[in-house]
Design a binder for this molecule. Structure first.
Ligand SMILES: *Cc1c(COP(=O)(O)O)cnc(C)c1O
Length: 479
């Protein structure tokens, strides 16, 4: 399998292998890496995978899917990496992503029983093992620098803790994360994890990352990298749970299933698009947003409009509070017939200069729904409270605000007699203030998380000064 950039002109023959793009972020032309084609999963293969998942488990299914895209890691090594990643010990159950039955034809797929209780663990845990493997093979090191307001940073730290060849320098806005999130990150005592609480807001943290990354000499010398959601390996790891969800929700391959996905950067639902392109019988891909409805607007109108910071709202489903959807370029690449020059003019030029583009007059826009199966919707804070409450009253379990967004839009887009799977992306405990607002009671704490707020914390507070962060990195690397 070879990979190309979404912005590569048709004349370009430049292609890369999986391990070349594993440690890279964007392609040098500013595009995102995509596989040259989607491997097709035949009916016979899907039947075999059913047995693989039921008899051998999720890790073996992950190996089957991944090996279609990764041909520069020996099969035995890749299998061992999957087996080491997807264990009941790390993900809480043998199924790894069990389905919870809600009512006739409606399921919730649990993706948030990993170490940080959010779905980002599904991909990040594999990434940690892939990074360690590839860095050892190259005799190289990597220093991950990131900014987080919660989920991404903690998932990255739990994936990279104790990994050889990797350090994580994670900035976060001082005092602004929930006590639970702070406890999760700051209680890590691993020597290769550095928590940096910046006296400022999340944007200050992101600016520091930008300043450091734009200093190319520093970046090269200190081997600075990222683990953001545009990394192809993260997306690929997420494709697996669409197969596992489908297999659990159906008895035969003649059934079609829709997935409803709480969306921000379009990484999760883009993995669903990849699974569908591979031939998984997915009916609809339901894109659910909160008030930051960049994606809902596109699927309704054909206009993609990046929001300024004044138009980006802080909501009660904060992991979906985005101003632009970083993985969206991948889908538009497929929608427009894989025309790299056109993608460059839309995402490289139009988005940069006008902050928007409009495909409403393009005949291909209609295919987003007809050919690619996308539908969308949005919810508000009031919708989330209502959905959390209704689920508790009618079914007796709690869902987190992001999952509530997906459930609300799923119910609006449910076709009679069709199966719908809602992706659960976090556990309620991570967003307890919204749960208390909706239900008047605290969410249950999973075992092992009792009293984590009282654990000793390992964090350094710094002013919003990129030079101070650079000095810390230089001192800790010692090269
Ligand atoms: C990151 C995140 C999302 C959004 O996922 P995308 O891949 O960015 O669309 C939704 N819910 C939770 C809890 C998240 O952490």
């Amino acid at each position: 399998m070879k990979y190309l950039s979404t912005r590569a002109p048709a004349s370009s023959t430049e292609r890369k292998r999986f391990c070349e793009i594993l440690l890279e972020g964007l392609a040098p032309d500013g595009g995102l890496y995509m596989p040259e084609q989607y491997p097709q999963v035949s009916d016979a293969t899907l039947s075999r995978w059913r047995t693989v998942y039921h008899k051998q488990g999720y890790a073996e299914l992950a190996f089957e899917v991944l090996s279609l895209y990764i041909d520069d890691i020996p099969a035995a090594d890749l299998r061992a990496l999957c087996a080491k990643t997807y264990t009941a010990e790390v993900f809480g159950t043998g199924e790894i992503v069990p389905l919870r039955h809600v009512e006739e034809g409606l399921w919730i797929e649990a993706l948030s029983n990993g170490p940080t209780l959010a779905f980002k663990d599904m991909a990040m845990q594999l990434l940690g093992n892939l990074f360690e493997y590839e860095l050892a093979r190259r005799g190289a090191e990597l220093n991950i620098l990131g900014a987080t307001s919660g989920d991404t940073g903690s998932a990255a730290e739990y994936a990279m803790r104790g990994k050889k060849g990797v350090r994580v320098f994670m900035t976060s806005p001082h005092g602004r994360m929930s006590p639970f999130q702070q406890a999760q990150m700051f209680s890590l005592q691993d020597a290769n994890i550095y928590n940096i609480a910046i006296e400022g807001v999340f944007d200050d943290c992101q600016d520091i990352v930008k300043v450091v990354s734009n200093d190319l000499e520093f970046k090269r010398k200190y081997k600075i990298g990222t683990v953001n959601s545009i990394n192809w390996a993260r997306l690929l790891a997420q494709v697996v749970y669409y197969f596992a969800g489908y297999i659990q929700a159906t008895e035969s391959n003649s059934e079609r299933v829709s997935f409803s996905v709480p969306s921000g950067n379009f990484g999760n639902v883009c993995a669903g698009h990849v699974a569908r392109m591979m031939g998984l019988p997915i009916a609809k891909l339901v894109v659910a947003t909160n008030e930051n409805d960049v994606l809902d607007e596109f699927f309704r109108t054909g206009v993609y409009r990046v929001r300024g910071s004044a138009d980006t709202f802080e909501t009660s489903s904060p992991s979906m509070d985005i101003s632009k959807a970083s993985n969206f370029e991948r889908f538009v690449f497929d929608l427009l017939g894989r025309d790299g020059s056109r993608i460059k003019s839309l995402f490289g030029d139009a988005v940069n200069s006008q902050g928007r583009f409009d495909l409403s007059a393009d005949p291909r826009f209609a295919e987003a729904a007809t050919r690619f199966g996308f539908v969308s919707g949005r919810s508000t804070h009031a919708d989330r409270l209502q959905t959390i409450r209704a689920t508790w009253e009618q079914h007796g379990f709690m869902i987190d605000p992001h999952t509530a967004d997906a459930l609300k839009v799923a119910l609006e887009n449910r076709a009679a007699s069709k199966t719908m799977v809602v992706l659960e992306t976090a556990l309620p405990i991570k967003f307890s203030s919204t749960i208390v607002e909706a239900l008047g009671r605290e969410p249950q704490r999973p075992a092992g998380f009792e009293g984590i707020e009282a654990l000793p914390k390992r964090v350094q507070v710094m002013s919003a000064d990129a030079n101070a962060v650079k000095a810390l990195i230089a001192r800790e690397c010692g090269y």
